[in-house]
Design a binder for this molecule. Structure first.
Ligand code: PLP
Length: 345
């Protein structure tokens, strides 16, 4: 029985969903949303704060400041308030309403950027410029900087990757979403040194420039970036798959119809995994994808009919018809697989 006295002391590290009966392809989904911050960012936040405390950069007089699309902001809000630090989160208008409310409920201050940077870099560029200006104006500000801080990827090198390795000693392929690329780089570095080769597949959203390409509109926070991630070392990444937001939404709704309510990143990562698995021989293959958070924070976006209609318009109608067809096909596939198995038994 886990008993804790600090919110950051609890994290469910060992929960996986077997998606075979839902998707018709072999995929285990590692669920990272079961902690008091509700996302995988708890690990990066914890590690970065503890490292800053160890080095003496962070003192009781400090004010933490960070740019976040939401989940790191919630994790830092929780850790900051539990340790007695002030925290200012710089986010932008795409940050979910409930995520903003969570940060405020945890006592954080919020600054919401409404316009992209005038000279490129998009909304993230504008967020970073604001953080830099605040740091220059007051020496009490401490910017952990999740985009460049090595403790971001080290958190996953020390926890996420070894946890997967423990449960899946025959792992062949790992699907990881890319935001700051902390999760990606921590896991990729760990498995590069591991006992067997693992295919590291990064999943990004169309319109993100993490792996190059032209920037485009992205409305779902968490995954993808308007600025090349400084933590990214592409030599550790075997493949990159880019997913359209309509596919993300289709997969989120597909999972929700089976009772699993996940956030947008998970929809993107699972879409990427489905696409990859459809192109490969999956006989005897062990594949894992990482789900960074759960779906409650996306009720007013991904799971809200009006938002979907306003954001994706006509694409959405196509999506609905396609989603119904795909769901029916995948369920038929899963049912006949079960029947085949029953006949064999
Ligand atoms: C929902 C969600 N998706 C994806 C990511 C990307 O993770 P990383 O920044 O480690 O690349 C995060 C991290 O905050 C997240 O919260």
């Amino acid at each position: 029985m886990p008993i804790i006295s600090l919110p950051q002391s609890f994290n469910e590290e060992e929960l996986y969903i077997d998606l075979r009966s839902i998707l018709g392809c072999p995929l285990f989904l590692k669920c990272e949303g079961f902690n008091f911050a509700g996302s995988i960012k708890l690990k990066a936040a914890n590690e970065m704060v503890e490292a800053a405390e160890r080095s003496g950069v962070l003192t009781p007089a400090s004010i933490l400041i960070e740019s976040s699309s939401g989940n790191l902001g919630v994790a830092l809000s929780m850790i900051a308030v539990s340790k007695g630090y002030q925290f200012l989160c710089v986010t932008d208008y795409r940050c979910n309403h409930s995520t903003r409310r969570l940060m405020e409920a945890l006592g954080s201050q919020l600054h919401v950027i409404a316009e992209p940077a005038p000279n490129g870099g998009g909304l993230l560029g504008a967020r970073l410029a604001y953080v830099r200006a605040r740091c220059a104006s007051d020496s009490r500000y401490v910017w952990l900087n999740q985009y460049t801080n090595p403790h971001n990827w080290k958190a996953h090198y020390q926890t996420t990757a070894p946890a997967i390795a423990r449960q899946f000693p025959h792992l062949d392929a790992l699907f990881i979403g890319a935001g700051t690329t902390g999760t990606l780089m921590g896991c990729a570095r760990y498995f590069r040194e591991w006992v067997r080769p693992v295919r590291i597949v990064a999943v990004d959203s169309v319109g993100s420039v993490a792996f190059g390409g032209t920037p485009g509109r992205r409305m779902i926070p968490g995954l993808g970036t308007g600025v090349r991630p400084p933590l990214l070392d592409e030599s550790y990444v075997d493949e990159v798959i880019r997913i359209e937001e309509v596919d993300t939404i289709r997969t989120c709704h597909h999972l929700a119809r089976r009772g699993f309510l996940f956030g947008g990143s998970t929809g993107t990562i699972v879409s990427g995994a489905i696409r990859w698995l459809a192109r490969h021989n999956t006989r005897g293959l062990t594949a894992v994808a990482i789900a960074p958070d759960l779906g409650e924070r996306y009720l007013d976006t991904i799971y809200e009919a009006r938002w979907l209609q306003d954001t994706y318009g006509e694409d959405l109608r196509i999506l609905d018809e396609q989603a119904e067809r795909e769901l029916a096909t995948s369920l038929r596939g899963a049912t006949s697989a079960v029947r085949r198995k029953e006949r064999i038994l």
